[in-house]
Design a binder for this molecule. Structure first.
Ligand SMILES: [Zn+2]
Ligand SMILES: [Zn+2]
Length: 371
């Protein structure tokens, strides 16, 4: 007998009436299972829990013998369970009911000690799935602007054939008779009760007659799947994106793990990067530096003009505000333009002549000033 049964309304879970035929139950189950299937609700722990409940309800109601047993308990306890001791529904009329009375009514749970933890409904250890990690290389531009991409992930995932139940579709899943579906058994030590994982079902709470042909009953399969990934603008090399619920499947109704995507960002031919600031070096000539000029500077979105005032020393950096990386959250970076006076290693005859004239004009005073 399953103690959980008096707390659960399987008919309500499957959205059918108490009188529903096997066919009606099956039909409703299929509809609900599809809707709450983990594959269709990746990362949604609520849907996963619901899917588990639906599976459990169907496992009981689809088995004629178990359904009969369950109906019997419901007749005693009332639909929807006891709602706590001394509760209104269920024919106890709000009276104070002793544990022994319930035990008698239900035909015994197999020892009073077994009633420790009554109503907790705890199952044999739902556990969270493992985190999976993968690397992804993206371009400098994609990192700056953000992008949407699809990555292939190989690893454990909820079995697509059985939806993680572990049973071949259409075959029955029975509640483990040893632990009554709880996955744990109580060991009595005098006045105390200790819970241990059930040895018959190994904590799953269910016994599978025909294991799923794809996953052989494990409920998970290794396969390559595609995961859609939104990369926010402004990510940097070495950063990791965490995709909740896209990792390995959980066990016994536990949530899936996360998928960790470590990003590698390629370098840019044009820009360097310091946090959200972009850096850039532009060569200018000696005359441009001396007389001043306006230079064309590329940015992530088109070019801008930067004024280089007369008398600009080589190596001076100009800050163009807001033209750096614009992250999805937070302040945009700047573009830092450093001008470098380029010295030609070859000059024309005319240039040489002018430079020589210039050299003759340069006073010792200027030379001293420069040094
Ligand atoms: Zn399977
Ligand atoms: Zn068991």
């Amino acid at each position: 007998m399953n103690r959980d049964w008096i707390e659960k309304d399987f008919y309500k879970t499957l959205d059918v009436s108490d009188e529903a035929s096997t066919e009606e139950i099956k039909k409703s189950y299929r509809k609900l299972a599809q809707k709450h299937h983990p594959d269709a609700n990746a990362g949604d722990a609520k849907a996963e829990e619901k899917f588990k409940e639906i599976s459990e309800a169907y496992a009981t109601l689809s088995n004629a013998e178990q359904r009969k047993e369950y109906d019997q308990i419901r007749r005693v306890a009332g639909p929807g369970g006891f709602q706590g001791f001394g509760g209104q529904p269920g024919g106890f009329g709000g009276q104070q009911v002793r544990v022994e009375d319930i035990q008698d009514l239900l035909g015994g749970f197999g020892g009073a000690g077994d009633l420790f933890g009554f109503g907790s409904g705890s199952r044999g250890g739902p556990s969270r799935g493992s985190d999976l990690q993968t690397d992804l290389t993206i371009s400098f531009d994609d990192a700056a602007h953000g992008t949407t991409t699809t990555i292939k992930v190989r690893g454990a995932t909820t079995c697509s054939r059985c939806g993680g139940v572990g049973a071949e579709p259409g075959t029955s899943v029975t509640t483990c008779p040893t632990c009554g579906g709880r996955g744990v058994v109580a060991q009595n030590q005098g006045f105390f009760s200790f819970s241990q994982p059930c040895s018959q079902c190994r904590g799953a709470g269910q016994l599978i007659e025909t294991p799923c042909s794809t996953c052989r009953g494990s409920g998970s399969e290794n396969k390559t799947r595609e995961v859609k990934l939104k990369i926010p603008a402004g990510v940097s090399d070495g950063s990791t994106l965490r995709l909740r619920g896209k990792g390995g499947p959980g066990a016994n109704g536990g949530p899936s793990g996360d998928l960790l995507v470590r990003l590698r960002v390629t370098t840019s031919r044009t820009f360097g990067r310091k946090g959200n600031d972009l850096t850039l070096t532009i060569p200018i000539t000696y005359t441009e530096a001396t007389l001043g000029t306006k230079i064309d500077v590329p940015t992530l979105n088109g070019g801008v003009k930067v004024k280089v005032p007369a008398g600009t020393p080589s190596g001076k950096t100009f800050r163009v505000r807001g033209k750096g990386i614009a992250p999805e959250r937070g302040r945009s970076g700047d573009l830092l333009v450093t001008v470098q006076v380029a010295v030609p290693n070859k000059v024309s005859r005319a240039e040489k002549k002018l430079l020589e004239e210039l050299a003759a004009l340069e006073s010792d005073e200027i030379r001293d000033h420069l040094r």
